[in-house]
Structures are given as structure tokens and as C-alpha cells.
Design a protein around this ligand. Structure first.
Ligand SMILES: [Zn+2]
Length: 464
């Protein structure tokens, strides 16, 4: 068991840092984004620091990562403040039983060494100790807060106001026990009325310090983007602090504003993110729903068409709403707002299924005599070919086509069908059937073309 002192106790008490007025330049903190804030550092930790803005008097938390590394070094040098901790001289020992132990020596003789740390007190025989290193231990790594309080409590003559004041400061600064501190501050003021104004000031200072702890918790929540939890903690904090004090109220108002800002920022970020993703996601989900439908052997052609024309879009939107954790109406809005200038154009062709999407030989205007005559001729040929095919039982039915078409062909067909009903159409490209070149019949016998089934067309839908 290797103990590492200090890891357990990151309870380091930071002094309030007030920079002297002479170092006015030093009080400007330059952020990475170039913004310079004027004020003073109230408190800091490994994440960042509490910065009191001179412009508003509010205290903001600034994370170290908001500063360039150069600025971090400058600020650290400037602060030149060491954590206020009491250090004790102790030992780290290694024994022949492979034990490493750190602690404060309660007893140290030729024969044995008794070491205490916050968790346990152990006795080691000197003959079993292989190595003994002197180390510095944090007070709070050796004693519990209760033990420390008890020691001071016994040491001071607490019938005196000044001693209560000292004990209160100790409770506040070393133990961070604000309740005990308040008790002794009040006792000090009671026993020695001359301390009254000093106590009032100390109590306000203390309230601000404990408020800072709460604000740091709120900041941590904001960093984790837990806005709702941050709000709850703010409300709790408001109940526990004296809002009639203008300084406290101002600080809390500033925190509330910061939570609002964070929420707004998050929403904006989320909005941008969905805007960026919606088109890709829409097509991905669409494709998977179409494919699922195309592959479903229980569905007839007509079932598949009905589903694609009506329910599919609802399912698609429902799925995206669930993924994005927003309402279906919001999904529709994002979709409608997509930038048609930048989204990729999609195409889906009916191919040899164009006939089943009701694309048939085009009828020209009667007034165009030449075209009308050609049409009549073609239509007659196709009609006759169809009659012959029917007579020979060679006419392909829709269900036969659907059953024969594989999933890929069906998916494409359904995509075109969906696009025509639900998407913005850029163009419907109608081209001659590749087998009969738009004649509808093939060969010298003028047999019905089995690709377009006399429809003569192959249609591709371009959409977005
Ligand atoms: Zn054809």
C-alpha cells in the first residue's frame, strides 16, 4: 500500500488575493480572444480563477484555457501567492514487508516509529524499516478537521473575544468550516464589543468566500453544460445567502446572467450543429427506411407505395426528433430552412419501373398535326402489341415486376416515388426507353417492349 499524501487532500486554502493599486497594468487580464478585463483576482484553483470585474463589480469565473500560455505564466508570476497551508515535518518509510507509509511521527525512538496520517496510526519497528525519507505533510493530511478544531479549541482561552476571533479565522481559512467560524466570530463580538465592526466585516467576507465556493460549483456545472442543474444550485444558493446585501445580490445576479448566456450559447451552438447535420441525417434515415421497405417481403407493391407516400416521412421526422431531442415540428423547420444553395442534389430513377409510376407515351397537342399523327401511329402499334402480349399471356403485371426487382432497384424506385411527393423537385428527366428507343415496340414483329411495357419512357427525378 503506497500512500501519496496530498492526493487525498486537495483542500488547499487560497488566500484572498488583492493586487496592490500600483500594479494597474497587472490587473488587466488579456483573454485569448483579445478581450482585456479590468479587475482583481479573488480566488483561483487548478481550473481557473474568480475575477472581480471593476466595470460591473460582478465576479466571473475565468478558466485558464481562456488565456494564452504566456498570459498564464504572467498571471501566475504576478500572483506570487502560495497556498496557505500549514506544513508538518513527517516521514515516508519503506519496510521489509513491502509497505510504504507516510505520516507524522507521534513517537520516534531507537526501537520504533509511530506514524499518524488522517486514516490511521501505525507503529513500525525500526529494524523493519529499510528507508526513511523526511517529507513535508499537509496539516490536513495528518489530522481530521475535527481533530484540528479540538486542538485549537483546547489551546485557546475562549473566554476572551480576541481568541474567539482567532479561532474563527482558523476555522474559516484553514478548515473551511464556515459554520464554526461564524459561531466564534459572533462569540468574539459578544465578549468584546470593540470587535463588532471587525466581526461584521469578517462575516461579510466569509459569506462572500462561501458564496464563491457555491459559484465554483455552478461554474463546474456550466462547464459540463448542465444548465438545469446550475439553475437549481443558484436557486438554493439564493435561499442560503443574504440577498438584502447589495454585494451578494450583485454577484448572484451576475451568475444568473452567466447561466442565461451559457444556455443561449448552447442553444445557438446546438442550432448550428443541427443545421449542419440535418440534410445528411435526413437522407441517411430516408435511405434506411426505403431500404427496409424495399426489403420487406410481406409488403406488396401497393403496400410499399402507400407507406412511402404517407407514413414514411412521419417516421423519418420522428426518428430525427428523437435523435436530436427536439420536437417533430422543429425537425420540419430545420429541414425547411436548409440552404438549397449548398445542399447536394439527389437523383433517383424509376428505370424499367417507370411505367409503374404512370409514365406513359406522351400525347402531344392535337393542333400539332405532325406530332399528333406520329403519336396516333405509335399508340396504335403499342396497343396492338399489348393485345398480342395479353393474348399470349406475356403481359407483365406490376406484382410480377415488383417481385422480380431486387432490393436495390426497389429502393431506387421508392426513392423516386417519395421524392415526387415529399421533396423539392429540381427536374423530372423523361428519356426514351433504352431498349426500344422510345418506340414502345421492338423487332420487326413489333413486339411489346418488355422494359417500358409500351410506356416508351424512363424517368429520373432530380431533387433536394
Ligand atoms: Zn421500351
Amino acid at each position: 500500500m503506497l500512500r501519496k499524501t496530498g492526493l487525498y487532500f486537495l483542500v488547499i486554502v487560497f488566500g484572498i488575493v488583492c493586487l496592490t493599486p500600483g500594479s494597474a497594468d497587472a490587473l488587466g487580464i488579456r483573454l485569448k480572444n483579445g478581450r482585456v478585463l479590468q479587475g482583481e483576482i479573488m480566488d483561483y484553483d487548478e481550473d481557473g480563477f474568480q475575477f472581480k470585474l471593476w466595470t460591473t463589480g460582478g465576479v466571473v469565473h475565468i478558466a485558464w484555457y481562456n488565456l494564452t500560455s504566456q498570459e498564464i505564466t504572467r498571471v501566475n508570476n504576478l500572483l506570487n501567492v502560495k497556498p496557505v497551508t500549514e506544513k508538518l515535518k513527517g516521514y515516508r518509510i519503506y519496510t521489509n514487508q513491502n509497505i510504504a507509509f507516510e505520516g507524522f511521527p507521534l513517537e520516534n525512538t531507537d526501537e520504533k516509529l509511530v506514524l499518524k496520517n488522517i486514516e490511521e496510526t501505525d507503529t513500525f519497528l525500526k529494524k523493519n524499516i529499510l528507508k526513511m525519507e523526511p517529507i513535508e505533510l499537509d496539516l490536513l493530511a495528518v489530522y481530521t478537521k475535527d481533530e484540528l478544531y479540538q486542538k485549537k479549541y483546547e489551546r485557546y482561552d475562549l473566554t476572551k473575544g480576541s481568541n474567539n476571533y482567532k479561532l474563527a479565522q482558523y476555522c474559516r481559512d484553514v478548515l473551511n468550516e464556515y459554520g464554526l467560524a461564524e459561531k466564534h466570530f459572533l462569540e468574539a463580538s459578544k465578549l468584546d464589543p470593540s470587535l463588532k465592526s471587525q466581526v461584521e466585516k469578517a462575516l461579510l467576507e466569509q459569506e462572500k468566500m462561501s458564496l464563491n465556493w457555491e459559484i465554483q460549483k455552478i461554474n463546474t456545472l456550466l462547464r459540463k453544460e448542465s444548465i438545469a442543474e446550475a439553475r437549481v444550485l443558484l436557486e438554493e444558493t439564493k435561499e442560503n445567502f443574504d440577498l438584502t446585501n447589495s454585494e451578494i445580490k450583485e454577484i448572484l445576479d451576475e451568475v444568473a446572467a452567466r447561466i442565461d448566456g451559457a444556455e443561449k450559447g448552447l442553444k445557438e451552438e446546438r442550432r448550428k450543429e443541427i443545421n449542419r447535420k440535418i440534410v445528411t441525417d435526413w437522407h441517411r434515415v430516408l435511405k434506411s427506411l426505403l431500404k427496409r421497405t424495399a426489403a420487406d417481403k410481406r409488403l406488396t407493391f401497393s403496400d410499399a407505395c402507400q407507406y412511402v407516400a404517407s407514413i414514411l416521412r412521419k417516421e423519418l421526422v420522428f426518428k430525427l426528433a428523437k435523435d436530436y431531442k427536439i420536437s417533430e415540428i422543429e425537425v420540419e423547420n430545420y429541414w425547411e430552412e436548409r440552404d438549397l444553395e449548398t445542399v447536394p442534389k439527389k437523383t433517383a430513377g424509376y428505370g424499367d419501373g417507370s411505367y409503374w409510376a404512370s409514365y406513359r407515351l406522351k400525347r402531344p397537342a392535337r393542333s400539332d398535326g405532325q406530332a399528333w399523327a406520329t403519336y396516333r401511329q405509335k399508340a396504335r402499334e403499342i396497343g396492338e402489341a399489348k393485345m398480342r402480349a395479353a393474348g399470349q399471356n406475356r403481359l407483365i403485371t406490376i406484382d410480377a415486376w415488383w417481385n422480380k426487382a431486387g432490393t436495390t432497384k426497389r429502393t431506387k424506385w421508392l426513392e423516386a416515388y417519395f421524392a415526387e411527393r415529399q421533396m423539392k423537385i429540381i427536374e423530372k428527366r423523361e428519356e426514351n426507353c433504352t431498349k426500344c428507343q422510345g418506340k414502345g415496340v421492338v423487332g420487326s414483329a413489333c413486339d411489346l417492349c418488355d422494359r417500358c411495357i409500351g410506356g416508351t419512357l424512363e424517368v429520373t427525378i432530380e431533387y433536394y
